[in-house]
Design a protein around this ligand. Structure first.
Ligand code: MD3
Ligand code: FE
Length: 216
């Protein structure tokens, strides 16, 4: 039926350009949610989210874990990618196949073919948690994009410029949204405003964000 097809393709194809190499794919992850939630639980069973300490001595309000060959960590000695979870000494959990296909399909939809992520950083936010303005520059390869998936409570994403003091755009992100950053937008400053408590029907009072990277 024609009107239904049009409606479905509108939902699937909503692609909003927020920079020359940055796209919001509204609702792109929604068809994957039933596969993603059990996969997230499995990752967290092997490598629970934890609050890490920054080199400056601050404990992050966001709790994080990783899957894939490499995982991002921080402690008093600095930020880096490691092959093992410092909490257990074991390799990070494998990247679930549903994670990898979502990342590759989203990258392709944004015009980045052949994305081969080797790291997936999973952030868990509760009300009040935030992420201050920063750049992601611990990866070896800035030519690959970063793909991020938001689930659960909504958040306001800050999308800045190439200098910390540049003005930021505020972009609301909802359950199921995917954002892809590449090219000249790859090194832009970005962050997340403190989360309000707006419980989500499936996930309750939390927001989960996971980002796929080519780190090694
Ligand atoms: C823009 N996470 O884990 S995802 C992070 O929602 C991080 O948890 C935020 O920033 C979150 O490092 C935002 C979005 C994101 C990730 C990487 C980017 C935006 C980016 C790299 C360049 C520009
Ligand atoms: Fe970041």
């Amino acid at each position: 039926m024609m009107s239904f097809d049009l409606f479905a393709s509108e939902i699937v194809d909503e692609r909003i350009s927020i920079g020359p190499g940055a796209y919001v794919l509204r609702g792109f992850a929604l068809p994957y949610v039933t596969q993603l939630l059990p996969a997230i639980e499995a990752v967290e069973q092997q490598a629970p989210c934890r609050h890490m300490v920054t080199p400056g001595g601050f404990t992050m309000s966001v709790a994080l874990t990783n899957c894939g060959r490499l995982g991002w960590t921080t402690d008093r000695r600095g930020y880096r990618y490691t092959e093992t979870d410092p909490a257990s000494g074991l390799p990070w959990p494998d990247m679930p196949p549903s994670f990898r296909s979502l990342a590759k399909e989203a990258a392709t939809a944004a015009g980045f073919d052949h994305f081969e992520p080797d790291a997936c950083l999973l952030n868990r936010y509760v009300p009040g948690a935030k992420m201050s303005l920063h750049q992601d520059k611990d990866e070896q390869d800035f030519s690959a994009p970063i793909v991020s998936v938001s689930l659960g409570m909504p958040a306001v994403f800050l999308f800045g410029g190439h200098a910390r003091a540049d003005k930021s755009q505020r972009i609301p992100l909802q359950h199921g949204d995917v954002v892809v950053w590449g090219g000249e937008d790859r090194l832009r400053f970005h962050g997340i405003l403190p989360l309000k408590d707006q419980p989500h029907p499936l996930l309750g009072s939390q927001r989960i964000n996971f980002t796929f990277r080519k780190a090694g």
